[in-house]
Write a protein of this length. Structure first.
Length: 151
């Protein structure tokens, strides 16, 4: 598996991001969907990583700089065909490594609360994330779970 910073130019990446957004919108009301569309991921404050195996896109994840000491994990998604292969763990490792290199004091994230998000909850808890209050521009939302990790 190769993890690399992505320029968001490849059709496979576009398709995985579109599937991610569609899944988020299928399971939540629009005002509870905080996934970033492709154009927002091109913001200079966002870095995107993708995981590949022999030309096959395995997954994606991003780190958004909120300020000089705080980053946010965004757009974590593993391709269906790659589930259970450690893709999310590898991408999250790349994101956390970059956050530490940048000198962030913490990294936070927003995720859903219902059953389809249980694997994500386990992933983040395994890496030391704990529940927190809404951060940045987020507000209270019964469909959102907020988590943070001190670095």
């Amino acid at each position: 598996m190769i993890i690399e910073i992505d320029d968001l130019s490849r059709p496979a990446v576009h398709a995985l991001l579109a599937a991610h957004l569609a899944a988020m919108h299928a399971g939540s009301p629009a005002d509870s969907v905080h996934a970033l569309p492709l154009d927002a991921l091109r913001d200079p404050h966002v870095t995107v990583w993708t995981a590949w195996d022999r030309g096959e896109l395995l997954g994606i994840g991003a780190l958004k700089e909120l300020d000089a000491a705080h980053g946010e994990v965004k757009s974590m998604r593993t391709a269906d065909a790659a589930l259970g292969r450690g893709v999310a763990t590898a991408i999250l490792g790349a994101i956390l490594g970059a956050a530490r290199t940048r000198g962030y004091a913490r990294v936070s994230l927003e995720t859903g609360t219902d059953a389809p998000f249980a694997p994500a909850h386990r992933l983040y808890e395994r890496h030391g994330f704990v529940d927190c209050e809404p951060f940045a521009d987020y507000g209270p939302d019964p469909l959102s779970r907020y988590m943070t990790l001190g670095l």
